[in-house]
Design a protein around this ligand. Structure first.
Ligand code: K7E
Ligand code: CUA
Length: 635
């Protein structure tokens, strides 16, 4: 998010080089040494945690190590990535569909019993209304679901339930539904709608499908999270445009002191659909909350709230009000009581609004621009401050009477971050069992804290040790644009595969020995099956002619870790990369005559450079076997 209203404050902060969290102080030699040791991972040693951070509009997910903050690898998700051949072979091209970018915001690790189970990582695409699944057995994208019907601006997502039953999503934008219907934005209130979606996850395979949706007023839903333990079965989202403005949102959507957050009973939604209480729209069962009571409630939250984070006990739900100097703590027990006792302060379009005073535990004066909150599982909350540029540590309820009278007393510590922190992440914060030692602040502006790389500067991430009473800023690194949320996983919680075992390769076009490979023709269909092995392709010649449809299958027959081969085809925009034991396929129509070398793009041996061959595209009727076209030879 980028609230423009704060730009002057940011400019001031940046110009003066300090924040209201306190002037930057120099670090003593002793501290420098201690910090360096704390984040140092010596050559040959390994990090203790994975940091999976969203890559924003780069469309990708980046993997770094903690505590080193070193970037270790990139997982391509919504954009082609030649380094791994993603988006060039038929399978990944099909997943990407018509899109070559996405806007990744919130990664979510799969959970079992509210604990990371190391199976999958789900990420949302705000731009093209999609959700992707990365399998952690190979750190690759295996499914992209979407564009999701009836959903526009899939930002309030991907929030996973305690046992990975659902990925829950809410729309940032509203449009006339179903998609494709046109109405004048001036009729926004009447004609436009938002949506909450339940994406069902297959417990065995992780395969996603759209389960059901809940129709909402055209508020701009923002961040959310799912309940656990006592709040199991529930989910929560803030919104920032309860005004239902359709233009100049900067002004028109910031009129009210409080916006309405959504309190969703997703188990009730699931039951309502099973009971036939939904109506179909664009192939999805849609629940109208005015007709199905108990599925949706609203609760007022001040002011232009952003983050909405459930704590590890499932009792407290914390919302950050971008334009108010406090976080709002909701008490889930009180939410339940208000629902049961009908303690409402009205309704909106048939949906009850819970009485604010009845459900709020307190407003904690954390400072300016609170966005997102994370937890260490020891009763502490950590909130990122966009305007104040810092991380604030504060104490969750239960509070003493004295603290309740003056909630400044529960604010425990502040550490400056540089600058304008968006999300922050604490290891395991969204589970029932946080790991508690590290927090990473993801800052929107790095403002020249690094060597000059021109007008566009990288975002920064800063590693903070939260194991003690006081937080300690340890290290800083720079990231691809642009990280929103991240997840931290213990390295020991996942065992990725080292190769794809030969006997698990089910591709019918895989070839494992020289004799199986070759080039065949059927009409104008030419099929080449190649084997890649250090340091040659077999066959290393493909003959075809202009007008042919060429399909090439390449199998990397290596069974040694990291022994990767590529297949780059000159002047045809093709680069496949095959991991050991993997088969990939591309398909092209040959339109120009010539001799086009292909070569291995991934350095594989001392004779990697020699790993090459030729695609010979003859003019129609020419070639070694005349007009019928030739087939390729092999050595
Ligand atoms: Cu705060 Cu998309 Cu989660 Cu960015 S959002 S910061
Ligand atoms: Cu095979 Cu380089």
């Amino acid at each position: 998010m980028k609230p423009t209203i704060t730009l002057n404050a940011i400019a001031l902060v940046v110009a003066l080089g300090f924040t209201s969290c306190g002037k930057q102080t120099g670090t003593s030699q002793a501290e420098r040494t201690a910090n360096a040791v704390a984040s140092y991972v010596a050559p040959g040693e390994k990090d203790e945690y994975y940091l999976f951070y969203s890559g924003g509009h780069s469309g990708q997910v980046y993997v770094a190590g903690i505590p080193s903050l070193r970037h270790i690898s990139t997982i391509p998700v919504f954009a082609p990535y030649p380094a791994t051949g993603y988006g060039f072979d038929e399978e990944s091209k099909k997943m990407l569909g018509d899109f070559s970018w996405g806007d990744v915001h919130h990664p979510a690790l799969s959970q079992t019993n509210s604990k990371y189970d190391g199976r999958w990582l789900f990420v949302n695409d705000n731009a093209n209304n999609r959700i992707a699944r990365i399998d952690l057995h190979d750190f690759k994208t295996h499914q992209i679901l979407g564009p999701i019907p009836n959903s526009i601006g899939n930002h309030g997502s991907s929030f996973i339930t305690e046992n990975s039953e659902y990925i829950l999503c809410a729309t940032r934008f509203s449009v006339p539904l179903p998609k494709g219907r046109v109405a004048d934005p001036k009729d926004y209130e009447k004609e436009f709608n938002g949506m909450v979606s339940g994406i069902k996850v297959d417990p065995k395979t992780g395969e996603m499908k759209v389960g059901w949706q809940i129709l909402t007023p055209p508020f701009d839903w923002d961040l959310g999270s799912t309940g656990k333990r006592p709040s199991s079965g529930w989910a929560f989202w803030t919104s920032y445009n309860t005004e239902m403005a359709h233009d100049t949102l900067e002004v028109n959507s910031t009129q009210k002191d409080r916006d309405l957050a959504a309190v969703v009973n997703w188990r009730a939604a699931e039951e309502a659909v099973a009971d036939g209480k939904a109506e179909m729209m664009d192939g999805v069962p849609i629940i109208d909350p005015a007709r199905v009571p108990g599925v949706l409630y609203f609760v007022p939250i001040g002011k232009s709230p952003h983050g909405m984070d459930v704590d590890p006990t499932g009792k407290w739900i914390v919302a950050g009000g971008k334009l108010q100097p406090a976080t709002t703590v909701l008490n889930f027990e009180k939410v339940q009581a208000a629902i049961n006792n009908k303690t409402f302060e009205g309704e909106f379009r048939g949906v009850p609004i819970l009485k604010y005073e009845a459900v709020v535990e307190g407003e904690v004066p954390v400072g300016l621009g609170p966005l997102h909150t994370q937890y260490d599982g020891k009763g502490n909350a950590y909130t990122s401050m966009f305007i104040d540029s810092c991380i604030v540590k504060w104490k969750l309820p239960p509070w003493t009477d004295e603290e309740k009278k003056d909630l400044t007393k529960v604010v425990l510590d502040k550490v400056p971050a540089h600058f304008s922190t968006g999300h922050l992440v604490v290891a395991g914060s969204d589970t029932a069992q946080p790991y508690g030692k590290w927090c990473v602040a993801m800052n929107k502006l790095s403002a020249g804290r690094h060597i000059n790389v021109g007008p566009s500067q990288p975002e920064s991430s800063q590693l903070i040790d939260i194991s003690g009473e006081k937080m300690k800023m340890i290290a800083e690194a720079y990231t691809e644009p642009e990280p929103h949320f991240a997840q931290i996983l213990k390295v020991s919680d996942v065992q990725p595969t080292e190769v794809y075992p030969k006997d698990e390769n089910k591709d019918p076009n895989a070839v494992w020995e020289k004799a199986q490979g070759g080039v065949t023709r059927n009409g104008n269909q030419v099929v080449a099956k190649l084997m890649a092995i250090r340091s040659r392709f077999n066959p290393d010649r493909i003959d075809a002619q202009v007008g042919d449809e060429l399909t090439v299958h390449v199998t990397n027959v290596e069974q040694t870790r990291d022994m990767i081969h590529g297949f780059g085809l000159i002047e045809h925009n093709i680069n496949m990369v095959m991991d050991p034991g993997e088969t990939k396929t591309f398909h092209i129509k040959l339109t120009k005559p010539g001799v086009f070398p292909f070569y291995c793009t991934n350095f594989c041996s001392a004779l990697h450079q020699e790993m090459q061959g030729y695609l010979v595209v003859w003019k129609p009727g020419e070639g070694p076997s005349g007009a019928s076209g030739a087939v390729g030879g092999t050595k």
